[in-house]
Write a protein that binds this ligand. Sequence first.
Ligand code: DX5
Ligand code: ZN
Length: 223
Amino acid sequence: MKKHLLAPSLLAANFARLADEIDLVNRSEADWFHCDVMDGRFVPNITFGFFILEAIKRLATKPLDVHLMIVEPEKYVEDFRKAGADVITVHAEACPHLHRTIHQIKECGAQAGVALNPHTPVSILENVIEHIDLVCVMSVNPGFGGQKFIYNTLPKTRQLKEMIISSNSPALIEIDGGVGLHNAESLLQAGADVLVAGSSVFGAKDPEATIRDLKAFEAKFDY
Ligand code: DX5
Ligand code: ZN
């Protein structure tokens, strides 16, 4: 059975002690660093850009999974790659030329991810699914950490898994928003391959133990 990946979201980390928080993830069982880039235009919040990402890259010993919640992401793909992104995820809603942007990401050597807002149907990916390395299913409206999980994500994940299997796509399914110990197992069961966890990890009394617990779940059904 394929083991799922866990990507703690640094959005919920203490940025005054960023090096310690990165260290915690380095020595934990987590697989990736999830880095949320927001521009105040695609989403109503602003986080960080290249400069902070480069600093994270210098300390991180695991891949950087960079979630671009920005308009016109195609303008910045190469710069985010240079800053250290291993996976670059753009929003389908922000890309009028999604097919081109996916290939642009791959050509600069990163893995290409596409994120879908909660209202965006899986069918939007029908003609590009075989080119995608990762689909990020947003289980909250993007922009903030600590929001409530939207349950429609479960049937949506199942539907996406069917599309991925029937099209022979290598894409992993990542779930982002409101993920924690209460829903991790049902998400894996629905077909999730990567769980992003912000406040449930960094807000926990013992983040390392929570990471261990989130990694310990298993889907009972093998895809
Ligand atoms: C939300 C971000 C998420 C966020 C998740 O727009 O894309 O990655 O950090 O945070 P939690 O896990 O607290 O919902
Ligand atoms: Zn994210």
